[in-house]
Design a protein around this ligand. Structure first.
Ligand code: ADP
Ligand code: MG
Length: 685
């Protein structure tokens, strides 16, 4: 449904909605008639008649029977009671039991027909009845699918059903058709009005499914239309930075890299360079599994920005990562005369002032930093490109603040949390997506094992073996909250334990409560190969790159989510050495076991993400609401992949047609875009 008259009619106008009830409805976010009509059931109760022979033990079903015995009533006091009688259902004699409904006793006359809805206990041949109706009095529910709404407080299920039905009777005829005729026809969608009615009161499952499909499409289409219209409008603006770096210097920079780029890396660099040269604003998502080699792609893009006379910023979620990236960029870019700066929260005031001044005067070409980059007093001489790494860690707002520090700089967003393509389209419908699938040459799949805690001796033996081969190992302990003393103590204990197990090796400790310089020292010595074993919390989860490390041991692995486990595992297997991941866990829950199983079955991040999505559902997948992921009423991003892509293509096609902006047929959609603030810009931030 769209913005129409129904949004302007208060629910109070519906027959049966009193002033107090109206207040109650407000608590559910229901203010207008449109709100109520869009308050769809989250499931249906099935009152369709079934044959008892098909009903499984423990299942709930509705069956038709005849009362065969006088009822018997037992009372337990405190208003509790048990009413039962015998009934013939098909060829079986069953016991029907009602709890706490003594008033039904006089209606249970032997010989009377009855429909019983309840849970079937096959062994005792007993039906625990939740609902019953008598055909001689008319059956309102029997044979139907009854909507089940989310209710509470003074709003009961029965009242909600009645009121929504009343609203449909009173206002159903006013529900408008939002979708253009061409689209409903193309996708064989039922009309909007009918869909809303059937969502609440479907005649059968098929009717319900058709309604659901129609409403899901509508929702996805309108969402995509918003994104696509915004894109179409901004694309034409041409007020971004047109980078002018010449091909020759980029090519010679790439030729000077310590390795040959993979085909996918070259492909995405081309895509990025093409965008950067346009006068419009680049907004591109670069996704690639852990270890795929995204950093060097960012380095090329940043170099191109500098070669074009602008500055670049690389924003990352942790200080450890900022330092590492700054070192990497220094190594790659300083030989080409590029100045790199580092800006994190733990700089001294003096150093911080220097960096800020350097940025303002243009003495620093590229700055790498944490959220310290988005503070108010940070200015650039000419910011041309913003890269964010592991973007899922940043809120949408943080990214846009950084972007505003330039005159519409190009934006490249990198993520190693591989988002299935269609999800990316939804969440980032305003972005172009580049994907690296290919891993650098010579990489071997990481071997993953899952062991119980009692196999710790073997794990220690494994660590010793890898170190003996000249490699290094991580041992990770869960840290749920950076401030949690207990978890920090776990890391400290584990460190002691490892030192005792390996008195001859150098074992370092890294956790969030260390000072910035302690953290940096621990990380630097591990990166330099001076320490053999690094005991750490998840502070090293994202981005950390020490190619010589080949063993990742994760303690209490069941306490991590799947994508987190995959990220951690991605810290090894970053060079040609065979690498291993050992999960130490005794998970009790089924999903915990499932996660361990997924990890041992695949090391493909896309597959892990897909399984994660299955296990958790899309809402949780992105973590917080901050992700900017829309909250759909009907559409389900996991289930409606195909529909989503269709809706996106339809919306993109529509907004590029000049007549979309003129024809009266589309006036409703245009009005909707206007009300959503599309024409004021910056909607997506
Ligand atoms: P991620 O995509 O996880 O950010 P990185 O950019 O950190 O991955 O790269 C992982 C490792 O692979 C780094 O040590 C990097 O130097 C190396 N690497 C990147 N590209 C290539 C390549 N084409 N050939 C060989 N090694 C590469
Ligand atoms: Mg990275």
């Amino acid at each position: 449904m769209t913005t129409t008259a129904l949004h302007d009619i208060a629910v109070r106008q519906i027959k049966g909605v009193s002033a107090p009830k109206q207040q109650e409805l407000h608590a559910f976010g229901i203010v207008s008639v449109a709100d109520l009509l869009e308050y769809f059931p989250f499931r249906y109760e099935d009152y369709r008649l079934r044959s008892l022979a098909e009903v499984k033990d423990g299942e709930k079903a509705t069956v038709q029977g005849k009362i065969m015995s006088a009822p018997s009533l037992q009372r337990y006091g405190r208003g509790k009671s048990r009413l039962s009688c015998r009934a013939a259902v098909e060829h079986l004699l069953v016991t029907a039991v009602w709890f706490n409904r003594p008033f039904l006793q006089e209606q249970l006359m032997p010989g009377r027909e009855i429909t019983l809805t309840g849970k079937w206990d096959q062994h005792r041949r007993q039906l625990t009845v939740s609902d019953s109706e008598f055909p001689d009095k008319g059956t309102a529910k029997t044979g139907t699918l009854q909507p089940v709404y989310s209710v509470g407080g003074a709003i009961t299920q029965a009242w909600m059903r009645k009121t929504i039905k009343q609203a449909l009777d009173q206002y159903g005829a006013m529900i408008p058709e939002v979708l253009p005729h061409a689209l409903t026809e193309k996708h064989k969608l039922i009309p909007g009005r009918e869909a809303v009615m059937r969502m609440h009161l479907p005649d059968d499952v098929k009717a319900g499914q058709e309604a659901r499909r129609r409403m899901a499409y509508e929702e996805l289409f309108l969402f995509q239309l918003k994104l696509q219209a915004f894109r179409a409008l901004t694309r034409d603006k041409m007020d971004g930075v047109a980078h002018t770096a010449d091909n020759e210097s980029i090519r010679s920079f790439v030729a000077g890299l310590p390795f040959e780029l993979t085909g996918d890396q070259k492909k995405v660099i081309n895509e990025i360079m093409y965008d950067m040269r346009q006068p419009s604003c680049m907004n591109r998502l670069l996704q690639g599994d852990v270890g795929a080699g995204k950093t060097v792609v960012a380095a090329v893009a940043l170099y191109a920005a500098v070669k074009s006379g602008h500055q670049g910023a690389l924003m990352v979620p942790t200080e450890i990562l900022a330092e590492q990236h700054a070192r990497t960029l220094e190594r790659l870019l300083e030989p080409h005369g590029v100045q790199i700066g580092l800006l994190t929260g733990s700089l001294t005031d003096r150093k911080r002032r220097d960096v800020i001044a350097g940025l303002q005067m243009g003495l620093i070409d590229i700055v790498v930093g944490t959220h310290a980059l988005i503070q108010e007093d940070v200015f650039f001489r000419s910011l041309g490109l913003v890269v964010t790494d592991e973007q899922h860690r940043f809120g949408v707002n943080q990214r846009s603040i950084l972007r505003r520090k330039g005159m519409n700089p190009d934006v490249l967003t990198m993520t190693a949390t591989p988002i299935p393509r269609t999800l990316a389209i939804t969440a980032f419908g305003d972005m172009d997506v580049s994907t690296i699938r290919e891993r650098p040459q010579g990489r071997k799949p990481i071997k993953t094992y899952w062991v119980k805690h009692d196999a710790m001796d073997r794990v220690l033996g494994f660590i010793r073996r890898e170190v003996g081969e000249g490699r290094q190992a991580y041992v990770i302990t869960p840290l749920i909250e950076e401030s949690d003393k207990l978890d920090v103590q776990n890391a400290i204990d584990l460190h002691v334990q490892m030192q005792q197990a390996f008195p001859d090796l150098r074992v370092a400790l890294l956790h969030g409560r260390l000072s910035a310089s302690e953290k940096e020292a621990a990380m630097r010595s591990f990166a330099a190969g001076e320490t053999h074993v690094l005991v750490a919390t998840t502070v090293i989860e994202v981005g950390v790159d020490v190619p010589n490390a080949t063993l990742m041991v994760i303690m209490d692995a069941e306490r991590f989510g799947l994508s987190q486990l995959h990220q951690l595992r991605g810290r090894v297997g970053r060079a040609g050495y065979q690498s291993y991941c050992v999960l130490v866990a005794d998970p009790k829950s089924e999903t915990g076991q499932e996660r361990m199983a997924v990890m041992t079955e695949t090391d493909d991040g896309f597959e892990v993400a897909r399984r994660d999505l299955e296990l958790r559902g899309p809402g949780d997948f992105f973590g917080t609401k901050q992700s900017g992921l829309p909250d759909f009423k009907v559409a389900d991003m996991a289930a409606d992949f195909a529909l989503l892509e269709t809706a996106r293509d339809d919306a993109a096609e529509l907004v590029t047609r000049p007549d979309f902006w003129q024809l009266p047929e589309y006036a409703g959609l245009r009005l909707r875009l206007e009300r959503e603030g599309i024409f004021q810009g910056d909607l997506l931030d």
